[in-house]
Design a protein around this ligand. Structure first.
Ligand SMILES: [Zn+2]
Length: 283
């Protein structure tokens, strides 16, 4: 999810070796501090539940998907902050999504636990020390789903119900969180955003197929977060979905995320089942 800065400066350790000589060796890539004000990773795991969803694709193939619901708690204060964020950034009043596209992301933070702990996903806001990112609204980062290296899917922000006709998704801020995108994160090695395993590719595609069915084919587009970097493309996105961004000066423009090659692969695996979606920025 690339928060826009590198690893913290290295610390140093002194080592006493034979002859009383002091050697200094540095331990680089010091971890970010844990941001777990809302819930710890261990607590989140404890309340996880398994979900199974089934659907029929337009080509009549039947599929089922099992994922783990690991819902990050949302209290009234967080709902209020979400309302404020959506209002200040987009001038809208609903805290719920109108899902029209799926945006794929990559964490670049190492394993699942670290990814969730350092990203502010389990926190109450983006730390002020993150500068510009914190100015775009007083919310933590988040995503609706995150997919681990082995392809296991975790839902961090579940829909209000699993009834097709009667459910809502809360808007989650992931850097440039917006009111029309369901966000899917991927666990990737540190500072590497395009390295998805074969299992992750399959799970991203399958989850997208379910989401498109669950949203009754109203999701017509997919994209990788990095495709929002370009200003002209971003304006086209806003126009197409009849959105305005009143805090454009704080939006991020150096995103990496899963990249063009992975988007092409995913698109193929989704379209194969008779589903008509396009890559928004490649039209
Ligand atoms: Zn992203």
């Amino acid at each position: 999810m690339n928060r826009g800065k590198g690893w913290l400066p290295c610390g140093g350790h002194w080592l006493l070796v034979a002859g009383g000589l002091l050697l200094r060796f540095s331990v680089c890539a010091q971890e970010y501090p844990k941001l777990t004000h809302v819930i710890s990773y261990e607590e989140l795991q404890k309340k996880s539940i398994q979900r199974k969803v089934e659907w029929v694709n337009p080509d009549q193939t039947q599929e089922e998907l099992i994922f783990t619901e690991m819902a990050v708690p949302i209290d009234e204060a967080m709902k209020k902050k979400t309302r404020q964020f959506v209002h200040e950034v987009y001038g809208l009043d609903s805290i719920y999504l109108n899902p029209r596209l799926i945006v794929f992301h990559a964490m670049g933070d190492g394993n699942l636990k670290t990814s969730l702990e350092v990203s502010s996903f389990l926190h109450n806001q983006i730390p002020e020390s993150w500068g510009t990112l914190s100015k775009a609204g007083n919310l933590p980062n988040g995503a609706h789903f995150i997919i681990d290296r082995d392809g296991k899917i975790f839902c961090l922000s579940p829909p209000s119900s699993y009834e097709k006709e009667n459910h809502r998704w809360l808007i989650k801020r992931h850097q440039d969180g917006n009111p029309v995108a369901i966000g899917i994160e991927n666990v990737t090695p540190k500072e590497n955003y395009t390295n998805l395993t074969a299992g992750q590719i399959e799970s991203n595609a399958k989850l997208a197929r379910w989401l498109i069915s669950f949203e009754q084919q109203k999701i017509k587009f997919i994209s990788s977060h990095h495709q929002f970097n370009d200003e002209a493309g971003y304006d086209r996105f806003l126009n197409f979905f009849v959105l305005k961004n009143f805090r454009k000066q704080y939006r991020t423009r150096q995103r990496l995320d899963i990249g063009n090659k992975n988007i092409t692969t995913l698109l193929k695996k989704i379209n194969q089942r008779g589903i008509v979606v396009r890559s928004f920025f490649d039209q």
